[in-house]
Ligand binder design. Structure first.
Ligand code: PDD
Length: 286
């Protein structure tokens, strides 16, 4: 049984109840985060909380929580859910109104909900044990123009994920109307060509992924690999030697097939191994 947090109290998930007039339920009017935690140690806690605060500010939800309150919540959530490898899910909606009306209600308190779910324990990066890599499907990005906000309104992402899923893929790679890479339905994307790593610039077309930021930071500090933030075209993606998808729960996952075609040699690449090894060695310092 999992223990969750709802508006100040911890309880078994079966006991957590919200009103159907909650703006999160009616409008997807809220912000969420997923923080990876491995046996009580989180990766990128501060960056996740900062991104959530940016999101709350962007949509005008006032919640006067400080970082130490989020830290205490995350610690308690982890320990009360077995303390293993967990995704800590934090969710703040605008709150419960008295009617369904689009305008922001006044005098409502945000709903704060948090739960934990199991995530895989990351393996030591190794070309012999990594397996086959992900297969992706590509499609035009039809979501909204505020993808930098980690909103709970995820229907656009869900529909894109489902497209790939129905086609037998594990993620859906997205490109804009100019045939430029944006991201994937629940991950950021990196490509590698001739040893150079590139990822789309951080703008309103993508989520500012914490894993993405940590990878760029770790690789830049290390200095042995070159990583560029720039426009990446779909043609470049198709011609890449390697493609990676990144997220808090997947870390850096290699992609070996795109739309049924092998990526590079069709095998997981050496640059993935180097980048993943550096990420594994350094992630807990964030
Ligand atoms: N997804 N882009 C999108 C659209 C995402 O939903 C996510 C994460 C990412 C990667 O962000 P990060 O590295 O901060 O996890 C990029 C989460 C985990 C989810 O919705 O479950």
């Amino acid at each position: 049984m999992s223990t969750v947090f709802l508006n100040g109290d911890y309880m078994p998930i079966e006991e957590a109840k919200i009103s159907p007039l909650d703006r999160g339920f009616l409008f997807g009017d809220g912000i969420y985060e997923v923080i990876p935690s491995y046996f009580g140690k989180m990766v990128g806690f501060q960056a996740h909380i900062d991104r959530m605060n940016d999101g709350l500010k962007a949509i005008g939800i006032e919640l006067n929580w400080d970082d130490s309150q989020w830290l205490a919540l995350c610690d308690k959530l982890s320990s009360s859910n077995g303390g293993g490898p967990l995704g800590l899910y934090l969710h703040v909606s605008r709150g419960t109104d008295t009617k369904r009306f689009h305008a922001f209600p006044t005098n409502v308190s945000p709903t704060v909900f948090a739960m934990a779910f199991e995530i895989p324990v990351p393996k030591t990066p190794c070309l012999d044990t990594v397996g086959n890599g992900y297969a992706l499907t590509s499609t035009e990005d039809l979501r909204w123009k505020r993808c930098h906000i980690k909103s709970t309104s995820l229907l656009g992402n869900v529909l894109h994920f489902q497209e790939g899923f129905d086609a037998g893929s594990q993620e859906t790679l997205l490109f804009n109307s100019k045939n430029e890479l944006t991201e994937a339905s629940a991950s950021n994307i990196f490509i590698v060509k001739d040893g150079i790593i590139a990822t789309p610039i951080q703008d309103n077309q993508i989520l500012p992924g914490v894993t993405r930021r940590l990878i760029i930071d770790i690789l830049t500090k290390d200095g042995t690999l070159t990583v560029q933030e720039r426009i990446v075209t779909l043609d470049e993606v198709r011609a890449a030697d390697e493609i990676w998808i990144t997220s808090s729960s997947k870390e850096i996952a290699p992609v070996t097939k795109l739309d049924g075609v092998a990526v590079g040699t069709g095998k997981v690449g050496e640059i993935w191994l180097k980048a993943s090894t550096l990420y594994t060695e350094n992630k807990f310092s964030y």
